[in-house]
Design a binder for this molecule. Structure first.
Ligand SMILES: *Cc1c(COP(=O)(O)O)cnc(C)c1O
Length: 421
């Protein structure tokens, strides 16, 4: 469920007409709904509420500091994968003891940043990382709380670029090796083993792979406790998928996911952490764009938009589908036409959809890409020297620009010409 609905024939974000935002901000822009973000966060906390738990929003899916503040003020923790994301979480007012640090390539500098600023736990992904963290913690005279990210070797049955839980992926330590690595962690100075971490992939549309992974985590918890480790926290990662099309078979709901977690792990006496990104942010955002031209080609018609692959890369990167709907509601039973929906970037890959059935659209009309809140703005670039797409947050009848579109002067001023040239 989200809060992007037609009202009086115009698509609204909550109580604000997207056409009004377009008139103020210009296009393209991302627009997020505070009510939708809040609702999705709460679905998870409610689903886990009988257990001690922390829902850590995966910042990489949508990292604007205003959005992080909204979720942080509700009590959310944050999952960060870089020093930059750590800084965003802190800038949003999230205390260090609600921040978990994931990622395969944490540098010593990033470790120092988090140890000095406060951290709930590092999700350690390899033995070299574990040793580096021990060194850094000892040099600072502190102790680093850790969970080891184990790779359970389960098939998440999702897109190959976002599957992370198979043994051939770069993530985590093979679960068969975990006991040996935990033994080393217990011996290393400056390391406090607090739990186990697992994250098997993104956009999972069924519970079975999660359940297979969590069952292995349960067995590992018991084995590690028998080895003398005080396993008190289980971080189950993110990855729950969202419906990108209305017709799609519906992915499991957070309530079903939470019930499964309680059934498989609820009696272990562990605090549960989860790291959802997409399910909180995905359907909380749209990308609004304007039609630049309608071009009639041979055997196909192109809808050329002012948004491009640099603003929303998911269709060209993952072959992802986004519903595209007109901002002005089409009359019931108005005829549809097949369009190839493309952007202006000089790449054939700059194609959002092929032969998409859309109602009549003309130059100047506005369209909205649905489900664009996750892995949208965060993956945007300035390719073709197109200004970084701005972001807008709506709450009730308020809206605010939460990241402004840079001016061309700002963009050009970042380049410097060496004096010897
Ligand atoms: C990407 C990622 C997430 C979030 O995944 P979603 O599919 O957006 O829920 C959580 N944890 C880790 C370690 C990740 O890499």
């Amino acid at each position: 469920m989200d809060h992007f609905l037609y009202r009086d024939g115009i698509l609204h974000a909550e109580d604000v007409a997207l056409a009004d935002i377009a008139a103020t901000v210009g296009t393209p822009f991302y627009c997020y709904s505070a009510a939708t973000l809040t609702r999705h966060y709460q679905l998870f906390t409610e689903a886990l509420s009988p257990l001690p738990h922390l829902v850590c929003f995966a910042i990489k899916s949508l990292s604007n500091v205003a959005v992080l503040k909204l979720l942080g003020d509700l009590g959310a923790g944050m999952d960060v994968v870089s020093g930059g994301e750590y800084r965003r979480a802190r800038a949003a007012g999230v205390p260090g003891d609600r921040i978990v640090f994931s990622g395969v390539g944490k540098t010593r500098e990033e470790m120092r940043l988090a140890l000095n600023g406060g951290i709930r736990q590092f999700n350690v992904e390899s033995e070299p990382e574990l040793r580096a963290l021990s060194d850094v913690a000892v040099s600072l005279g502190v102790t680093a709380p850790i969970a080891l990210r184990v790779n359970p070797d389960v098939d998440a049955r999702t897109h190959e670029k976002i599957a992370t839980g198979k043994s051939e992926n770069k993530f985590g330590v093979p679960i068969a090796k975990a006991r040996a690595v935990y033994a080393e962690a217990a011996r290393l100075p400056g390391i406090d083993v607090v739990g186990i971490d697992v994250h098997i992939g993104s956009q999972l549309t069924e519970l079975a792979p999660f359940e297979a992974a969590f069952t292995k985590v349960r067995e590992l918890t018991e084995a590690l406790r028998a080895d003398g480790h005080n396993i008190r926290r289980l971080d189950l990662g993110g990855g729950l998928g969202i419906p990108y099309t209305r017709s799609n078979e519906a992915p499991p709901l957070p309530t079903e996911y939470g019930a499964m977690i309680r059934r498989v792990l609820g009696d272990l006496g562990c605090e549960i952490e989860i790291e959802p990104g997409r399910l909180i942010s995905g359907n909380s955002g749209v990308l609004v764009s304007q039609v630049v031209y309608v071009k009639n080609g041979e055997g196909r018609d192109f809808l050329i938009l002012d948004a491009a692959m640099n603003d929303l890369v998911r269709p060209s990167m993952y072959g992802a589908h986004h519903d595209i709907i007109p901002v002005v509601e089409p009359a019931a039973a108005s005829p549809v036409q097949a369009f190839d929906v493309v952007g202006p970037v000089c790449e054939t890959g700059d194609t959002f959809a092929k032969a998409r059935a859309l109602p009549h659209l003309a130059e100047g009309d506005l369209v909205a890409f649905r489900s664009a809140g996750a892995y949208g703005a965060v993956m945007a670039s300035e390719y073709n020297t197109r200004p970084l797409v701005p972001e807008v947050l709506v709450k009730g009848d308020h809206f605010a620009v939460i990241r402004a579109r840079p001016t061309f002067d700002e963009i050009l001023s970042r380049d410097t010409i060496p004096e010897w040239l």
